[in-house]
Design a protein around this ligand. Structure first.
Ligand code: SF4
Length: 345
């Protein structure tokens, strides 16, 4: 295996999407089976990184080590994390991944000891055509517009433009590079995983479950979400996994969560994972369920109604999903009181 200068490895570990990192991965040329069998720690690292991405955190990097082996692990973990996220087969998670890369790249650039040199190194690595003069970076308009920006700060209308060039200070140039990195990652997803071992898929879904476990805990409030009936659990798990669930299922879930005393704010938070989440609309709808509307009280659906909606998924021998929840609570010898149990049926 080729040996790489430590500084090069560190750069690639800081920017695992970079061409330097890709060259190193190509040179190491790991066999997938080896990674899964002998170098399981890299696969675990990739899973851990994906979990962070799914929690909407920056893509984790670690370049402050002197061990070439550790740095290589971080570099190799990146394409593995991309493989895993591809197995989730959901554009929403590709977007999370790209944004995590953007946030991580921006933080790395900002925290570099020599900010300007770091910007130049990454820009050169990304084969960007730019000039620099007195701390101002000059980019051709076409080059600048090759990256679609979501934030206003990088819209062309908000830039200094002169003689066909966009003039960016260091911080804006850092934002541009981070967005460029994110875009390059986004358009590279999903990776072609058709021929790859299913273990990656299992690991990807483990990462997804781990990423939502904390959210589940934070959402629950006084309710105990470990005892949800199968029908509600199915809807809830789909929602946390970012699936687009039908309107009726959303309504059923919101009324149920309200009935078991989940705080209004937490119900809104649960829906924030939905792919087409609109906070204003969600708050309005959840508020109507929690506080009623025009004298109407919204109660959770009975099992008969759930069957008619096609949302019953098991035979629980109860007449109402709340009954199932109550029974589970009782089994765990938890006091069933109006305070800790439920509201209306
Ligand atoms: S039987 Fe009732 S509680 Fe059980 S899954 Fe069906 S609707 Fe839900």
């Amino acid at each position: 295996m080729a040996e790489f200068p430590l500084e090069e490895l560190r750069f690639a570990a800081r920017y695992p999407f970079s061409n330097t990192a890709k060259r190193i991965v190509k040179s190491i040329n790991p066999r997938i089976d080896d990674l899964l069998e002998k170098r399981f720690s890299i696969v675990e690292l990739a899973k851990r990184n994906l979990t962070a991405v799914l929690k909407r955190k920056p893509y984790p990097t670690n370049s402050d080590v002197a061990s070439a082996e550790i740095l290589e692990s971080h570099i190799l973990a990146f394409p593995l994390a991309k493989i895993m996220v591809s197995f989730l087969d959901n554009p929403k998670y590709y977007d999370y991944f790209a944004k995590a890369v953007r946030d991580s790249a921006f933080a790395m650039l900002q925290n570099a000891g020599d900010f300007e040199s770091e910007l130049i190194n990454l820009a050169n690595d990304l084969k960007l055509n730019f000039e620099i003069s007195n701390g101002t970076f000059k980019l051709g308009i076409v080059e600048f517009l090759s990256v679609p920006f979501k934030s206003d700060v990088l819209k062309l209308a908000n830039q200094d433009v002169a003689s066909g060039y966009v003039l960016l200070n260091k911080h804006r140039f850092a934002s541009f590079l981070a967005e460029k990195a994110a875009y390059s990652v986004l358009i590279s997803l999903p990776a072609d995983v058709a021929e790859l071992p299913k273990q990656f898929k299992d690991l990807a879904f483990e990462a997804l479950n781990e990423s939502t476990a904390q959210l589940r805990r934070s959402i629950s409030g006084k309710a105990n979400l470990s005892y949800l009936p199968p029908c509600i659990e199915t809807i809830y798990a789909d929602l946390l996994a970012g699936k687009n669930i039908p309107h009726m299922a959303r309504f059923v879930l919101a009324t149920f969560l309200n009935a078991i005393n989940t705080p209004e704010e937490k119900i809104v938070e649960a829906f924030s994972r939905a792919p087409n989440y609109n906070e204003k609309v969600t708050r309005y709808q959840v508020s109507r369920i929690v506080h009623g509307s025009a004298g109407k009280i919204y109660k959770p659906a009975s099992c008969n109604k759930m069957r008619s909606y096609g949302l019953c998924v098991a035979e629980c021998r109860v007449k109402h999903p709340l009954q199932y929840y109550r029974k589970q609570l009782a089994k765990r010898k938890q006091p069933r009181t109006k305070k800790s149990g439920e509201k209306n049926e």
